[in-house]
Design a protein around this ligand. Structure first.
Ligand code: IPD
Ligand code: CA
Length: 274
């Protein structure tokens, strides 16, 4: 297997993410609220919806990537994944923030990452409403619309703006909500933007200071996790574990330990999803 050039993978990810973003944004009825969008089905709970555009976006991304690189693998939120033969696997969320998309809240994104032998080496996150594109390649830094970005320098919790998210399972939410309630008086404020990729990119851009969430899937984390890491964030789980479904904490290094000690209990506290 020949090691790919992360820059080439990133260029392809950006091109395809922008094309898919244009598709989902232009097909959305302008100004329509929740009733304007057809919900195809639900997934992990009755409020975990999938729209026709989640499927259309993933089909477009998959066909564009594999037309250019037919030996690669693919792992997307809405279809069956496969490893491929090249050592490269694309990890894709065709719409992150589907509930925002449903209601017309302009915070949703297309996320495309490339893994080489299991390690994320390139990632692009595109918000088609704002037109913003975050990019990163392994060791190559993080950018917003081509300009280098960096996490905030914050080192204390009480002045930190902290983003988080909640899972679709009602039982998980009860645990997550109780923890958020305990954290709220100890930080500047909390934000629940509704798209994990945009939360992680917000850390990378200094729009929030830190982020944590339990229950993220590989397609939520792959591209934006690299963006946050390359922008200087420490992105890990609890007690040195890698960031994964159990827990993701993303924060500037000096803030990380303080937030970790507040939220690490999430790593052990939630029922596992079936
Ligand atoms: C969800 C969003 C949300 C986060 C959930 C994710 P989806 O992804 O990123 O902010 O809290 O954990 O599942 O369903 O909109 O692709
Ligand atoms: Ca999604």
């Amino acid at each position: 297997m020949i090691a790919p050039e992360p820059r080439d993978l990133l260029d392809l990810a950006v091109t395809v993410a922008r094309e898919a973003g244009a598709l989902v944004a232009t097909r959305r009825p302008p100004g329509a609220g929740e009733p304007g969008i057809a919900v195809l089905s639900t997934k992990t709970s009755p409020t975990d919806v999938v729209t026709a555009m989640d499927h259309a976006s993933e089909a477009l991304i998959r066909s564009r990537l594999l037309a250019k690189r037919p030996d690669d693998g693919f792992l997307g939120e809405e279809s069956t994944g496969f490893a491929g033969a090249s050592g490269v696997q694309w990890v894709v969320d065709p719409i992150d923030g589907t509930v925002n998309y449903l209601y017309g809240i302009p915070a949703y994104a297309v996320s495309i990452a490339a893994r080489w032998r299991g390690e994320v080496v390139a990632g692009a996150v595109h918000n088609p409403v704002s037109g913003e594109t975050w990019t990163a390649s392994l060791g190559g830094g993080a950018r917003l619309d081509g300009e280098p970005i960096r996490v905030n320098d914050r080192a204390e919790l009480r002045s930190a703006l902290v983003a988080t998210g909640f899972g679709y399972d009602a039982g998980d939410r009860a645990v997550q909500g109780a923890l958020a309630g305990r954290l709220a008086p100890r930080v500047r404020d909390l934000r629940r933007i509704g798209a994990a990729t945009l939360d992680l990119c917000a850390v990378a851009t200094g729009r929030v200071d830190a982020y944590y969430e339990q229950g993220l899937q590989p397609w939520d984390l792959a591209a934006a996790g690299l963006v946050a890491t390359e922008a200087g964030a420490r992105v890990e789980g609890a007690w040195g574990a890698p960031a994964d479904e159990t827990l993701v904490i993303a924060a500037p290094p000096l803030l990380f330990g303080l937030l970790h000690d507040e939220v690490a209990e999430l790593a052990g506290g939630l029922p596992t999803r079936s």
